[in-house]
Design a protein around this ligand. Structure first.
Ligand code: HMG
Ligand code: MG
Length: 307
């Protein structure tokens, strides 16, 4: 594998996004107690980051309206980060008020998606993020910058990698310490994903890049491997493959954490994550939702248990 970040080539940081990306799209609201339980199980499984909420407009995304309550109730483990989305100063202030130490701002590489998801142009979104980054610096809060639709947009189709690289460079320039590349609708394939990483790495150091791949077309694991081979060492995933974006019609969940860990374990990569514990957390939440996990590994575990 190509050299990754300074933590060593075999170390991969797996960032769990299920409690946010996974649950934001659920048709019925998940009670705070269930969210807190899920977050604590995931953190106990060894995941170094568990994205736990979104301080977005409750009118836009009602499922995340209880994020304050979630953050008040989670018992935080040492060494684990609990990021949350904050699209503007209002969101940032709400997040800081409940002790959030890392926020995610989110932009899009396509104008139409930017409008649909955040009601503003790409340029306007950067103007909203500038004060967030400045205030975060002052408060000692880290800011990760998501870029959506990097491998395709539900409204505009193909996206030019140069456009993505330019936006990533600008987000990095205003103070986002990491840029997470979102294949929001999961249309990417490995060669395209690898080429995108190479192009974006001209604008942002490879160790400041992460990937956030939805699995609509079943390519997320293959795309992840292609990106690991280019040196990426931060990968988002969602327990049991939950997830989707309310403003990305037809988008499936993220790459499942169980499938990612199983592959990384098989490659001899180090994650510090206990696969059985993640699978148990997945069984807990999919049981509550009354759903079969999208994760193939979780399905295999369930089959083994039944046998
Ligand atoms: P807007 O309506 O344009 O905002 O929303 P506004 O500034 O015009 O304000 C309108 C009202 O919203 C005001 O209230 C504000 O106070 C309120 P009113 O005066 O009418 O009573 N407001 C807020 N309330 C609470 N928290 C806030 C906030 N901001 C304004 N932070 C906004 C703009 C960005 C807020 C809105 O469009 C929004 O919340 N969008 C979020 C959409 C979203 O959460 N999408 C899913 C997450 S992104 C994603 O899933 C992609 C990702 O996973 C990566 C990938 O997969 O590609 C990250
Ligand atoms: Mg997403």
């Amino acid at each position: 594998m190509a050299a990754g970040n300074g933590q060593g080539d075999r170390r991969v940081r797996v960032q769990e996004v299920g409690p946010r990306d996974g649950l934001q799209n659920e048709p019925r609201t998940v009670p705070v107690g269930i969210k807190v339980d899920l977050i604590e199980r995931l953190a106990a499984a060894g995941l170094p980051a568990v994205e736990s909420g979104a301080f977005v407009s409750p009118k836009w995304v009602p499922q995340m309206a209880d994020s304050e309550e979630v953050f008040r109730r989670i018992e935080r483990r040492e060494g684990v980060t609990y990021p949350a989305l904050a699209p503007n100063m209002k969101g940032f202030e709400r997040a800081v008020a409940v002790g959030v130490t890392e926020v995610g701002v989110f932009a899009a590489a396509s104008e139409t998606f930017s409008q649909r998801n955040t009601n503003c142009t790409i340029e306007e979104s950067l103007e909203r993020f500038r004060p967030v980054c400045a205030a975060a610096r002052e408060a000692g809060v880290k800011v990760q910058g998501y870029v959506s639709t990097v491998l395709g947009c539900p409204y505009e189709g193909e996206i030019d990698p140069g456009t993505v690289a330019d936006l990533c460079g600008r987000l990095y320039g205003i103070g986002c310490y990491r840029i997470s590349l979102g294949d929001t609708i999961g249309v990417g394939t490995p060669a395209k994903a690898a080429a995108l990483i190479d192009r974006v790495a001209e604008a942002v150091p490879i160790d400041a890049l992460g990937i956030h791949l939805h699995d609509t077309y079943g390519q997320a694991l293959a795309n992840t491997l292609a990106c690991l081979e280019r040196g990426v060492r931060t990968v988002d995933s969602s327990v049991s493959g939950l997830g989707g974006c309310p403003y990305a019609p037809g988008a499936a969940g993220n790459l499942a954490t169980e499938d990612l860990i199983y592959m990384l374990d098989g490659l001899g990569m180090e994650t510090g994550v206990d696969l059985d514990a993640v699978a148990a957390a997945g069984a807990f939440i999919t049981g509550w939702l009354g759903r079969t996990p999208a994760s193939r590994v979780a399905q295999a575990f369930a089959g083994r248990k039944a046998a």
